[in-house]
Design a protein around this ligand. Structure first.
Ligand code: NAD
Ligand code: IMJ
Length: 258
């Protein structure tokens, strides 16, 4: 089913094969999209090159370095995208970061700089990226970002990332209102826990996933392919009436009262 044939979609945030961004890339590739990738910096370049080569796409791969803390990086990335493809139809924003010491202990101990960094990378980057992309989405577009239940409810150790996800979800609504007249839609997928680099080293992750699997309506965890297929829907014509929304892909964990 080539429902994304002829669409140019940028994937931001592939670090390795476990990345949610890579799960999204696989779903979109299978649906016929032409994919472009940005990665955080030279450290990750080889990883992304190898993964993208494995897709065996017809077109030449487009990989661009882009650290979202730099306005200059964002500008040059979209300048290159404009030169290479002219029109962009979608962006998957799969980027988050808080300094590791902020992801344990008391939330009230959050430092001023830790708060600023978490919000800059995990929430403001969506605003900066969409501003840079707006002119390229001349045929309308769909933007998908990734959030987590910790933005709505208190989750142990998620701390300042929860506040940044709440800001991100609000950015989704304001951006959807702002860019709706240009036929650009903006939505978030709230994914259940998945073992990725961003989940590595989290205290009690194993016990937490066991609890989630037990409690979820479907009685299990989710994986990257399920997020990828929901993203596929959000990038397709099928979701043309949906914008400013947060869709939970969590096996029904968040609906349960007990
Ligand atoms: P991941 O570590 O594979 O991806 C995070 C990405 O963020 C990496 O590719 C990293 O390079 C990128 N990044 C960090 N700082 C950056 C910067 N300054 N500039 C550019 N890129 C930067 O982990 P993941 O779990 O795939 O995370 C992707 C998204 O999914 C994040 O927004 C995360 O909050 C969200 N999420 C993850 C889970 C989970 O359990 N893994 C659940 C819900 C939501
Ligand atoms: C992250 C921290 C604490 C609890 C957590 C998580 N739970 C889950 C995550 C319960 C599921 C993963 N998640 C949803 C994230 O958004 C992770 C973001 C993240 C992870 C790291 C680890 C390495 C680092 N900084 C990070 N910044 C953000 O140094």
């Amino acid at each position: 089913m080539n429902i994304l044939q002829g669409k140019n979609i940028l994937i931001m945030g592939v670090a390795n094969k476990r990345s949610i961004a890579w799960g999204i890339a696989q779903s979109l590739h299978a649906a016929g999209a032409r994919l472009l990738f940005t990665y955080q910096g030279e450290r990750l370049k080889k990883n992304v090159e190898e993964l993208v080569a494995s897709l065996q796409a017809d077109d030449e791969p487009i990989l661009i370095s882009c650290d979202v803390t730099s306005d200059e990086d964002i500008e040059q990335a979209f300048r290159q995208i404009k030169e290479r493809v002219g029109v962009l139809h979608g962006i998957a924003h799969c980027i988050a970061f808080a300094p590791t010491e902020e992801l344990e202990g008391r939330f009230s101990a959050t430092s001023r700089s830790g708060f600023a960094i978490a919000h800059d990378i995990s929430a403001y980057s969506l605003v900066a990226v969409m501003r840079a992309a707006e002119g390229l989405m001349a045929e309308g577009g769909s933007v998908v970002t990734l959030t987590y239940l910790g933005g709505e409810r208190v989750m142990p150790n998620y701390n300042v990332m929860g506040i940044a996800k709440a800001a991100l979800e609000s950015c989704v609504r304001y951006l959807a209102a702002d860019m709706g007249k240009s036929s650009i839609r903006v939505n978030a997928i709230s994914a259940g826990p998945i073992r990725t680099l961003a989940a590595k080293g989290i205290r009690n992750f194993n016990e937490m996933t066991k609890h989630v699997a037990d409690k979820a309506a479907l009685g299990r965890m989710i994986d990257q392919s399920e997020v990828g297929d929901t993203a596929l829907f959000l990038f397709s014509h099928l979701s043309r009436g949906i914008t400013g929304e947060v869709i939970h892909v969590d096996a029904g964990y968040s609906i349960m009262g007990n």
